[in-house]
Design a binder for this molecule. Sequence first.
Ligand code: SF4
Length: 432
Amino acid sequence: MSIDAEEFLIPSFLNLNLKFFSAEKQIRKFRRHKRPLVGTILPLGVELVFAAGAAPIFPLRIGKFEAEKLLRGTRLATNILGSSLVGAGARMLQPQAEGIINQFLTEYNKNLCEYENKADEFNYYPESCFATRIAYGSSLPYRDLIKLFLAWGTRCGWFSQFYAALNDSIPIAFTDIPNSMAPHAREFMYEEVSQLINRLEQLTGNRITDESLREKILLANDIRKCYREIIYYIKTPNEMPLSPYAYMQLIALLSISFVDFLSVIKYFRKNLVKLVQELNNRRNIDYSGVPKLLIVPVFSGSEPDLPQIIRDLGGCLLQVDYLSYGMLEPIKTEGDIIRNYCDYLLKSHNAWKDNKTIVTSWLKTAQELKVDGIIFNKLIGCTSITPAYRLFKDRVQATGIPFIDIDFNRIGENLAQLKNKLASFIELIKKD
Ligand code: SF4
């Protein structure tokens, strides 16, 4: 499958990549402007952080990236040439574009490996899952910079242990999310969120007004809408806007960037809106014969080489957990804005609150996106979601959608075996 370098030179796509890689520079700027950094590993509560005038940061985004230099050069060139001349620019800039293509996930993955090693160095529980190991390994080195960490009480026990361990070095703001939408649960959620608001206000000295929160939620809703629209392109596979590889890169970029909105919500929204406009004008790639594979669960981690492997095997990988868990649904902006925010938190947690529910959420996504196959990502050490495997397998088999499971523990482990397994799976789908 050839790579079309031009599609990586869409200015808004480049801007998002560039911002993704610039966390260190952003942090220096936030410090100059005295905006406290608030760490987060889940895409929850970010609008509140912005409304308080603090800066959210997903620690996995921090690091030194070679790609930033390449991207900067390329963006400057496209600016000079003008967006209407990006096509001509693309030919001149092909070497950089290919460098970016090859480096985006490679470099991010390199960072993940380092954070995994750091977790070992910091003696974090070796028996824990990948997600909390890298969360710990990536957060602790920045304990002097991050002033507060958002911690959520969910169904996952390892998350709670991670927050407890982190609290020895970085103060956490713990917010419990109940497993119910009943009136008393909604009331409890309201109290929890009110406490979080107080904590953020104390940190920044700014009040979170209804208006400031509404403004951030409106921006975030636009982001969610664009993100959904990009995922939903796959519903019309005869008119996709990007080649499968570029599309997988974009989906990967969005899933990581969605955690902290790249620490600049307005910029993220502006470029994502522009990107969707540009993609809508490019919808002419036919994916017939390209198997669409849904992988679940992924927000706790997966083998980072998977998009590359699937691309080499001629497929397209869909990592869309946030869609399954309702996190891309808009938040109501009329009426009591804090209560609306609470309802959003409750609804998204309630979409994965127990194994029966999470299985239904995944299956709904698979059917909605009309995927050709499902990959179950068995996270070793996961005591919360991975046990849904058996039930999910049975439910998928009843639908007739081809299904396979793969194990994931550490980056790069058993890659050859993984490739062979996926190659046979894709062959099987193609023959059907
Ligand atoms: S859901 Fe599983 S993989 Fe994710 S943090 Fe919890 S235990 Fe780890």
